[in-house]
Design a protein around this ligand. Sequence first.
Ligand code: 0O2
Length: 212
Amino acid sequence: MDILLWHKILSPYELAVNELVLKFSHMKKEHRERGVYCPIEHVSGRVKTISSILEKMQKKEIPMERMEELVEDIAGIRIICQFVEDIRKVAQLIEARSDIKILYEKDYVKKQKQSGYRSYHLIALYTVQTIDGPKELQVEIQIRTMAMDFWATVEHSLQYKYKTNIPEHIKARLSNAADAIISLDNEMSSVRSEIMDAQLSSQLQHRLVADI
Ligand code: 0O2
């Protein structure tokens, strides 16, 4: 496919990613301004690269004409939380919105992938306004803790290095690390209320100092 055509197809996805990152970042700001705990720690987004789209289509035998329907993560949003409990809260914030229509979830927190990957994914529809009119797109929203994100980032770079054939001894280490991540998330959850109180009072102190 011609590069100009690719750009034309991907342009609305870029808009969707930019809008959604802004909207989720604003949610964080609204929480802070009200002095309430925000389950969102960090938000990022990306449009899948052309080579990564083609790779997925080849792997799943997706024909070109069904690309936008079957490659669900052309637009990807990643929301990072501090605690496992925050994942549900973020999902509820998304469910309550009128601009995002959830199609289905992939709960790899409840049921982790064989690789050890844990994350909560929502596949949703989001409409952008283009010069050709409104366009409804699929977006994948990944919600995970900082610890889960650390593991996934490291494992992703190893997948890249070993072209998905990660050696068995490294896989075993990654599996141990995935168990350690579960323990870490559980430990953090057990002191969650202490940490949340500390963070809210330090936020309040910063606001008071800023007001003086
Ligand atoms: P990238 O580079 O992030 O775009 P399936 O055939 O259902 O297993 P599918 O359709 O890709 O796989 O859906 P899935 O499993 O929900 O994966 C979507 C995205 O989740 C992936 O996109 C990764 O971002 C992330 N992910 C899923 N499994 C793993 C894993 O084992 N390790 C890591 N690090 N990330 C994972 P892409 O296209 O793979 O990659």
